[in-house]
Design a protein around this ligand. Sequence first.
Ligand SMILES: N[C@@H](CCC(=O)N[C@@H](CS)C(=O)NCC(=O)O)C(=O)O
Length: 314
Amino acid sequence: MQQKLTLVLGSKDRSSWSLRPWLFLRHHEVPFEEIVLPLGQPGSRTRILEYSPSGKVPCLLHGPLKIWESLAICEYAAETLALPQAWPLDPGARALARAMAAEMHAGFADLRRELPFDALRKPAPHTPGEQAAADIARVLALWREARSRHGQGGPWLFGRFGIADAMFAPVALRFHAYAVALEGPERQYVYNLLMHPAVQEWLDAAASERPQEPVAETPAERTAEFMVEPEPAAEARRYVDDPSETQESPLAETYRDLPRPAAMKSGEESLADLLAPRDPATRPAPAPVPVIESQAAEQVPVDLVKLRSFILPP
Ligand SMILES: N[C@@H](CCC(=O)N[C@@H](CS)C(=O)NCC(=O)O)C(=O)O
């Protein structure tokens, strides 16, 4: 018997934690239902508690299971659905990815407080206090380390999109919204996340959840500051339909002098490939929703040879 997955989320304009597992599941084309609950309103807590024992979102419902905490949800999805490369296979890279995800999960309180998540904020600079500035510098250093040491296989922190990327996606949106000065690989990384089709889908949904207020940014404006000469390939501009619109943006002017983000090395999964619409005929079938009782050990995406050599003495 298959049991559907339901992800209980907070409103998409405000709930940074909810974005993490949502993005991780969407990236892997896992079918799931959503229950979106408004945050910060009189009945919010009672409504959340109907689903989530912690009184917080996100919470994943799967048959009798209720899994709260964004990191635990991503781990559960990776293990039961055997999602590829949720963590890197190399033990050193894997440890770094886990440490980074845990640090993001538990830390950066000043950054969170000073730069609250607001998916619809029109990008505007904010001068951070000393502690928040230190948090920002730390996040950027982590990204740089992951990309430079382990990012050769693709555009994400450890090459292929994994849990570490899902965990850092909200902070990347914060950096965009508060116009944090970015350069080199970090700038490219924020751009990659911002252009991820699922992130764009999240931002569009956030905008439609707040119909009474003017939409803070058009899709073109969202990525305007990244538009430098020459323009990215057409596929990478999927959400930037009118280039003239981007040229009018003051942010585009500000960033025009910056070099174009480094192209992927040959053989790597290029951003254009990543973003190109897939032919429905060749699209892989969505991963089946698992039957918990029959979870097979070999579904877990671990390279057993490497694991054995790691655990056993030479
Ligand atoms: N560490 C938790 C944090 C969850 C959390 O703080 N969620 C916020 C929304 S982003 C929440 O549910 N707040 C309850 C409320 O505002 O009533 C996780 O990773 O899932």
